[in-house]
Design a protein around this ligand. Structure first.
Ligand SMILES: *[C@@H]1O[C@H](CO)[C@@H](O)[C@H](O)[C@H]1NC(C)=O
Ligand SMILES: *[C@@H]1O[C@H](CO)[C@@H](O)[C@H](O)[C@H]1NC(C)=O
Ligand SMILES: *[C@@H]1O[C@H](CO)[C@@H](O)[C@H](O)[C@H]1NC(C)=O
Length: 243
């Protein structure tokens, strides 16, 4: 019996030992020379259920460390100095050099999409993805970072990924561009929720509407795979039990 169980235990240990966070080259605020925020509001509803994907459009794409840092600094300048926000609007930014830049981070409320800022992490890919998608480096980094947030307990296992355009009324923004949208919409936790633009009733929020919609949508798709795997798992348990 021990010899049968051992491979299972080894598999489980290997899966747990490798954190998606370890794959990431992370640049904290000090690393890119962030200015201090003028105010801080902490997130209070963690773990959160949503990631919202953005692109910068402007400033343009960056492929090396020096230009990516320059982009992140210019976005903070724009948000803080021109728009008068407390800090850079996004929780995190990702360059096509494959690095994650800390914006407001996991603990603070950001300003990436009105109505979503208390309940969703905003990840912005640096560049214009109106036509071309982000490169593989950036896409792999975003996906690992999404998993890292779950591994660290900031985001629910049952989370949903949407894009900036879906979070607001139709036509509000093209962000993150068709190039990025047409990749993100194939990710397994992508949810096709679209803010309809209709006025909300007193007991509705965009988050409550999206949660209801996404739960239904992803339950349907995940029930297919559960139906496939449950008999296999049950069979294995029975097999071990009878040995
Ligand atoms: C926000 O959280 C930090 C710790 O992450 C804490 O030091 C700070 O006091 C909190 N601020 C408020 C206003 O709750
Ligand atoms: C939504 O609310 C605004 C102001 O409260 C109103 O002017 C508008 O007609 C409403 N729109 C719909 C579709 O009900
Ligand atoms: C939301 O409020 C409306 C009235 O404003 C009520 O009819 C409806 O039952 C409420 N829905 C929920 C889920 O509480």
């Amino acid at each position: 019996m021990k010899s049968i169980l051992l491979p299972y235990l080894l598999c489980i240990t290997a899966a747990n030992g490798q954190s998606p966070c370890d794959e990431i080259s992370f640049v904290d605020r000090a690393g890119w020379g962030a200015r201090e925020p003028t105010a801080i509001t902490n997130l209070t509803r963690k773990p959160l259920s949503f990631y919202v994907i953005h692109h910068t459009y402007q400033p343009p794409n960056c492929y090396d460390d020096a230009s990516c840092i320059q982009r992140v600094k210019s976005i903070q300048d724009f948000h803080q100095l021109d728009r008068g926000w407390a800090d850079i609007g996004y929780h995190f930014l990702v360059g096509e050099n494959g690095k994650v830049y800390e914006g407001r981070g996991w603990n603070r409320q950001a300003a990436h999409s009105p109505g979503w800022n208390d309940d969703a992490y905003g990840i912005c890919i640096i560049g214009d993805f109106t036509v071309a998608p982000p490169n593989e480096k950036a896409l792999n980094t975003v996906q690992s970072w999404i998993k890292c947030g779950i591994a660290r307990g900031h985001v629910k296992e049952d989370h949903y990924i949407i894009t900036h355009r879906q979070s607001q009324r139709p036509g509000y923004t093209e962000c993150p561009g068709d190039g990025a949208f047409n990749v993100v919409n194939k990710w397994s936790r992508f949810c096709s929720f679209q803010n309809s633009g209709a006025n909300l009733t007193a007991n509705q929020t965009q988050i409550s509407l999206a949660l209801n919609f996404c739960k239904k949508e992803l339950e349907i798709s995940s029930s297919t795979s559960t139906h496939l795997f449950m008999p296999i798992i049950l069979f294995q348990l029975l097999f071990i039990y009878f040995l």
